[in-house]
Ligand binder design. Structure first.
Ligand code: CA
Length: 540
């Protein structure tokens, strides 16, 4: 291990000295200390250093959290590693501004913890040398991160900057709960009452909606039934999933991936056919709640709780929240419906990868190896869970299988509040990967139910690929931000108009031309280039 330290380790250290000398920051360093440092450092095992070493770290903290020096989890880490952290905790509401000031003034800590660096910041601070590349340090001193990257190359790819360096470490509570946000719900009690079976095709579903509208299934003698309500182009409440019946599911970005190719859904023939169907068969026949295009969540949710049951079918994250726990027994989830050509598909939500700016080491750091070894402790799966949700014997205990299970909460506290006080939380370093759930630590019960529903109703019909969370360079981000908001706004307005007013065939060509004028092709080229780069990184 000594030889390893002498090769790349010393080179990195030497680089840091030169840089810190230039910066005039706190990193003045006597080169004669180097041999002592080497003797003090354990490249493997604990403690990390024989004699205590102090590192200065800046981190945001939640309102209810104590200073991190008072947090049990960090006291334990200090005891195990002999690395003392001098914390500068900034209230999370002020953090973004203060962090920018620190960087601008050159008054740098050794590392930023739970740093929340944006892609812009990682690339620009990496380029100007404010933060250092981490990949060689990871390779030599971070066995937990290396093991994570080996079992999950997608995580390594996601945090690798467009220039090939890793400037920030990941933070992720992976759970796959949002692969299909659109749970499609139907009033099963009404189907039974009207002698209809659970619809399996789009046309059977349409027949059920017609029956809901015309046959007074709530039995109050009034035509007050709402066959289908949703919230147009809103997260988890839109009909994007139902476009899958025409062969191409839609989503909030109108962007899906097949065989590594990025497809903009909203100019495709399948999308056009879906719009025609939704207008002709649904809107024109009064099956869609007209307020689906204007209502807010409060108005929408109220429709599930009217005195007489009025809601026939709806889309939401789960059944219960819309209609309440008691009434939810009348409702059932629908699997994707078979379309006119036999297509039966549901989309896979985009993004959902790790945050990549959770920890960064600055140029003034005299102990990058020690720092990397200290932070790597937090990528061991059990420790990652404790960094995110709270320590053993405080929040968790281990069950017979060694899995972390929740201890009862102290009286009068909520889980959210308690966790703020004992753990850095969701923005902290550490990755709890999907394969750790149920083995290292459990999902909460409601989340476990959702996983089961996804497996039963949606997974067999789900698109294989999604558009991952890509690390774009600043130039690409500038172009995306310039083109995309206006383009999506236009596409979404037209989508609503086509469903409500029809006229798809007459206006389609000019609609597509307008999108192209707004920069659609350039936008898709950027997304494709980003995806190609990501897929290349996967192979590395
Ligand atoms: Ca009625």
């Amino acid at each position: 291990m000594k030889s390893l330290f002498k090769s790349a380790g010393i080179l990195i250290l030497a680089g840091a000295f030169v840089l810190s000398g230039c910066s005039g920051g706190g990193g003045s360093k006597n080169a004669a200390e180097k041999p002592d440092q080497e003797a003090n450092f354990n490249p493997t095992g604990l403690p990390i250093v024989k004699e205590p070493v102090t590192l200065k770290m800046v981190s945001p903290k939640a309102a209810l959290a104590p200073e991190y020096s008072e947090m049990e989890i960090f006291k334990r880490l200090e005891k195990d590693t002999n690395v003392k952290i001098q914390w500068e905790n900034i209230p999370d509401t002020d953090y973004a501004e203060k962090k920018n000031l620190l960087v601008a003034s050159g008054n740098l800590p050794d590392a930023f913890y739970a740093a929340g660096f944006s892609d812009y910041e990682l690339v620009n601070y990496g380029k100007d040398g404010t933060i250092i590349p981490l990949e060689d340090l990871i390779d030599q001193y971070a066995p937990n991160l290396k093991a994570l990257f080996e079992r999950r190359p997608d995580i390594k790819s996601a945090i690798t900057a467009p220039d090939g360096h890793i400037y920030g470490l990941p933070s992720w509570e992976e759970n796959n709960l949002g692969t299909n946000p659109f749970f499609h719900v139907i009033n099963k009690a009404w189907l039974d009452k009207l002698g209809l079976k659970m619809p399996e095709t789009l046309d059977e579903y349409t027949e059920a909606l017609v029956a809901f509208k015309t046959q007074d299934p709530n039995g109050n003698g009034k035509a007050d039934e709402i066959p289908l309500s949703f919230m147009h182009m809103q997260w988890c409440m839109d009909i994007g999933g139902l476009f899958g019946a025409f062969g191409l599911p839609d989503n909030m970005e109108h962007r899906i991936v097949r065989d590594g190719k990025v497809i903009f859904t909203a100019t495709q023939p399948e999308y056009k056919e879906a719009l025609k169907y939704f207008h002709e068969k649904w809107y024109k026949q009064g099956l869609i709640d007209p307020e689906s295009f204007t209502q807010d969540a409060a108005q929408y949710l109220a429709k599930g709780k009217t005195t007489d049951e009025t809601l026939g079918s709806y889309i939401w994250w789960e059944v219960e929240e819309v209609v309440g726990t008691d009434r939810s027994k009348d409702y059932a989830l629908l699997s994707p419906l078979k379309g006119p050509n036999g297509d039966q598909l549901i989309g896979r939500g985009n993004g959902g990868g790790p945050a990549r700016g959770a920890f960064a080491i600055t140029k003034v750091n005299r102990y990058p190896e020690i720092t990397m070894r200290w932070i790597d402790q937090q990528y061991e799966p059990y420790m990652a869970a404790q960094i995110h949700w709270g320590p053993l014997d405080v929040v968790f205990e281990k069950d017979a299988n060694g899995k972390l299970v929740n201890l009862p909460l102290p009286e009068g506290t909520s889980a959210g509040e308690f966790r703020q006080k004992v753990a850095p939380g969701a923005g902290g370093p550490g990755v709890i990967a999907i394969e750790d759930l149920g083995k290292v630590v459990d999902l909460e019960p409601r989340a476990q139910q959702r996983v089961k529903d996804l497996e039963k109703y949606y997974d067999p019909y789900m698109e294989k690929e999604n558009y991952p969370s890509i690390f774009f360079n600043p130039e690409e981000l500038d172009k995306i931000n310039k083109i995309e908001p206006e383009l999506l706004k236009y596409a979404n307005t037209q989508r609503g108009k086509f469903i409500v007013d029809g006229g798809v065939d007459e206006h389609w060509d000019s609609y597509v031309k307008t999108l192209e004028k707004m920069g659609l092709n350039e936008l898709m080229e950027i997304y494709q280039a980003g995806l190609d780069r990501y897929n290349e990184n996967l192979k590395k």
